[in-house]
Design a protein around this ligand. Structure first.
Ligand code: FES
Length: 149
């Protein structure tokens, strides 16, 4: 049953950037309104660039693969570039996810935004992409397409 492609399987079985860091510059946690799974992402920022990212996921294999890929994608990016990352780009880099698993990639996308929000709040930074952003909002619009099979 080839439900998952090789890239997804590799990021699930050999995930990159797993764990927790000491003294992160920002920590974001997001719980999926779809399945209740949780993700934590931490970032290190130097000169407005993300130099490191780590994740812990209490979620399924697709969430692990998504966070492995998403953290790899933001390391080396500026904060503003990382804010532009969408769950669709994560899915594209993974070579696709089954429709019922789309919401798992949203965990990574939102946890990254929440980590950057935490960093911005603690350091008095302003990013236009965070204007009006509420890390606690139960915004599940991205997940709607995922419920049907
Ligand atoms: Fe909950 Fe994938 S993150 S089912």
């Amino acid at each position: 049953m080839a439900l998952y492609n090789d890239i997804v399987m590799d990021n699930f079985l050999n995930p990159k950037n797993v764990g927790e860091m000491e003294n992160p510059d920002g920590t974001g946690i997001y719980g999926s309104p779809v399945c209740g799974d949780m993700m934590q992402i931490q970032i290190k920022v130097e000169d407005d660039k993300i130099t490191d990212a780590k994740f812990k996921t209490f979620g399924c294999g697709s969430a692990i693969a998504s966070s492995s890929m998403a953290t790899s994608m933001i390391i080396g990016k500026t904060v503003e570039e990382a804010l532009e990352l969408t769950n669709k780009q994560i899915i594209e880099e993974l070579g696709g996810l089954p429709p019922v698993k789309i919401h798992c990639s949203v965990l990574a996308d939102k946890a990254i935004k929440n980590a950057i929000y935490d960093y911005a709040t603690k350091n008095g930074k302003y990013y236009a992409a965070l204007e009006g952003y509420d890390p606690n909002a139960d915004d599940d619009e991205d997940e709607h397409g995922a419920v049907e099979e």
